[in-house]
Structures are given as C-alpha cells and as structure tokens.
Design a protein around this ligand. Structure first.
Ligand code: COA
Length: 373
C-alpha cells in the first residue's frame, strides 16, 4: 500500500504589517468623521453614533498584535479602509498565483524536489480572486508541473481538507506528489469599518508537499497517520460575495458582501466541536491525548485555542505544545494552522506525534494526525 508523507512546507509572508495601534487609529478617525458627518441625525436619534475601537481590547479578546497585509496604504486610510489590490491584466499572473509560487518553491526546496516530481496542485483557500480558469492551474503552469490542478474552498478548513484530498490522490496512485497551497488574501474580504471584526484577519500563503513515502529519504518529514473531516451548517460566519453580488462602484464592497460573524456564538459552538473531533480522531487511531507532542491549531483566537487545547489534554497547554502565530499574523484563515506547523515542526524528534487542526466557516473542521519520521 502506498503511504503519503508531508515532505516539505513553505510560507509567503507579505512584507507590510499593520499593528493594532495603527489599525485602531485609522478606524477611530473614520468613526470621528462618520459621527461628525451624521451629527444632526445622531442628535435627532435617527442614526446611531459609531463607537471607537481599542487596541487593548483587540489584544485581550483575540491575542492579535499585528497582521501582514498585501496592501497597507488603503487599509489605514480612514477615507477608504480597504486595500488597494489593483486588477491585473489577463496576461499577468494573479496576485494569488504570485504568493502561491513563492510558498510552493520553499516547500519543494525543503523536500529536495523539483516541479518534475509533482503531479498535482490543489489551491485550497477561503477566497479565490476569480472563479476560473482555476488559480491552481495558473500555479501549476507557473511552476512547470505536468498533471492536474484544481481549486477548492472550505473556508478556514481549506488546507486540512486539501491535505485529505492530496493524501487520497497519492495513496490511490493518481499522483506521485501533490502541492496543497493556501494563498489567503483575507484583507480583501474583511470589513475594516466594522468594529467587531476589523482586526481579525491578515494575509499569508502556505504550501505543503505531500509525497509517496517511497520517494522520500528515510526519516524525512512527517507520516500522515490519518485525516478526519467534519462539517455542519451554520450562518454564524458568512461571506455573501459571489457572482450574484457585485461590489459597489467604489470597489470597496457592500458591507453585507464582506466577512461577517457572530464571534461569541462561533467561539461557544465551535470550540467543543473541535475538541470532540480531535478526541474522536485520536481514539479511532488508538491514540490518547497524552500521545500528542504538539497541536498546530487554526489561529483565529488565542482564548479559543487555549480552551480547545484544555479540552483535548484535560489541562492547560503551554506554547510549546500549542504554538501561537496569531500575535504576528492575526487570523490568516486556512493558512493559520499550516503557518504554525511550518514554523514549529523542526524540533520534533522521530516518533513524536501531533495534530494539525483547522476550523471555521461552514462550520467545518479538519484534523490531520502526523508522526515525525
Ligand atoms: N474595540 C473595543 N471594544 C470592542 C470592540 C473593539 N474593536 N469590538 C467589540 N467590543 C466590545 C463590545 O461592544 C462588547 O462590549 P459590551 O460588553 O459593552 O457589549 C465587548 O467588547 C465584548 O465584545 P464581544 O464581541 O463579546 O467580544 P469577545 O470577547 O467575544 O471577542 C472575538 C470577540 C471576535 C475576538 C471573539 O468572539 C472570537 O474570536 N470568536 C471566534 C471567532 C472565530 O473564530 N471566527 C472564525 C473566523 S474564520
């Protein structure tokens, strides 16, 4: 039987950063402008005044300190509060393709492989900048890979669902190696004028190479012991953007065509589901929580991750057991758990086990249990 392993990972981090203070300063200027523009209506009780944001709240409620973004200037401009991501001509590579190629090259280099060793590319992320031709086929061509490629979207769980698809393709012989790449431009669908969520997301792109064990060096990478996926419908995290809903003329986007969530409900409903999924998955592999050396969790909220880790382990996890990248990157949707894995995997010793777990809109949860070879 063919066995699949993760032999390399890569990460593209956009150079521009916005810290909480800068983000809040722009937001609060926007609030002042809005409130003074509508002062009379607010006074008459016809409109509600907007409330200011606070960086202390953001760090305490989420653990986020800053985020990397594709474009900073448009986001911190209180007159605009949306990134400038100019449309490119049909002859140029897409923004997501550029991010993906950088991350994929690192994953290939880490694995000691080239494009000729790969048979498939899966672009798995929350938002594609266009429906077709698939971004993944563009990436495939940019890298010079033969074979096939497709895009898939399971919101924040896209990378782990993509990993399962890659494992299936490798283990059933459809591909020798598959790149799973998650170019997340979350700033493109975040409403930077919404106090409840303006601080949540950042941009980044991850890549993972899944290969046949026989094509790797002994001791290289991580064997994949199993994957488990779970979905259950919820409207509590939603993005209505689609071909039926065009952005307004400004290009900034109608508020209800951007990301919205009921954060409290998400926190309460998803945390126990995630812990249950991980525990059930471990049990099905005859493993116990104590067998886990590390948990690379989706990075949406620090308190949520601490709660999930506590429910799985029966005690608090330290940062070595459940590393955090949220402070630096914010929520990068499907890329989050893979960034944690990419940055915090090299110190594991042969035989050490861990779980990569993502969760988010849908609701969707993906759990991938791995063992260092
Ligand atoms: N600045 C200052 N205060 C703010 C604020 C801001 N930017 N946003 C909200 N507040 C206030 C609220 O008005 C509320 O005030 P009140 O108690 O006087 O009504 C208070 O802070 C608490 O707000 P709440 O929304 O309940 O905060 P929270 O502790 O639930 O944290 C989230 C908010 C979004 C960080 C948190 O719920 C979360 O991360 N949930 C999970 C989300 C998730 O994982 N989503 C997945 C996306 S893929």
């Amino acid at each position: 039987m063919i066995k699949a392993v993760i032999s390399g990972t890569g990460l593209y981090t956009p150079p521009a950063t916005i810290d909480n203070e800068e983000l809040v300063e722009a937001f609060n200027q926007f609030v002042e402008m809005y409130n003074s523009e509508h002062a009379d209506a607010i006074e008459r009780g016809e409109m509600e005044a907007l409330l200011p944001s606070s960086s202390a709240f953001i760090e305490k409620a989420s653990g986020i300190k800053r985020r990397h973004v594709i474009d900073k200037s448009g986001i911190v401009d209180p007159e605009r509060m949306a990134p400038y991501i100019p449309e490119r001509s049909n002859d140029e590579p897409s923004v997501q393709c550029d991010m993906a190629v950088t991350a994929c090259k690192e994953a290939l280099e880490q694995a000691g492989k080239t494009a000729s060793d790969v048979d498939a590319v899966i672009v798995a992320c929350s938002n594609m900048q266009r429906p077709y031709p698939a971004i993944s086929i563009e990436v495939q061509t940019a890298l010079g890979i033969e074979g096939f490629a497709y895009d898939m979207n399971v919101a924040c769980s896209s990378a782990t669902f993509g990993l399962q698809a890659a494992v299936n393709s490798v283990e059933n012989g459809a591909a020798r190696a598959v790149l799973v790449v998650s170019p997340e431009i979350c700033s493109g669908h975040l409403n930077f004028r919404d106090r409840d969520s303006h601080f949540i997301f950042g941009d980044a792109c991850t890549a993972i190479l899944v290969e046949r064990e026989e094509d790797t060096k002994p001791g290289q990478g991580f064997e994949i012991l199993g994957t488990r996926l779970k979905t259950t419908f919820s409207n509590n995290i939603r993005n209505n953007f689609g071909f039926l809903n065009r952005a307004d003329e400004s290009g900034i986007g109608k508020p209800d065509k951007l990301f919205i969530q009921q954060g409290r409900k998400v926190f309460k409903e998803v945390s126990p589901m995630v812990a249950e999924t991980i525990l059930g998955h471990l049990q099905s592999l005859s493993l116990a929580p104590e067998d886990l050396r590390r948990m690379w969790l989706h990075q949406a909220n620090l308190n949520m991750n601490q709660l999930i880790a506590r429910r799985v382990l029966g005690r608090d996890a330290n940062e070595d057991e459940a590393p955090v990248i949220l402070d630096e990157y914010a929520n990068t949707s499907s890329a989050g758990s893979i960034i944690a894995f990419h940055k915090h995997k090299d110190d594991l010793e042969s035989g050490d086990m861990g779980v990569i777990c993502s969760f988010g809109a849908g609701y969707s949860i993906g759990s991938v249990v791995v063992r260092r070879r």
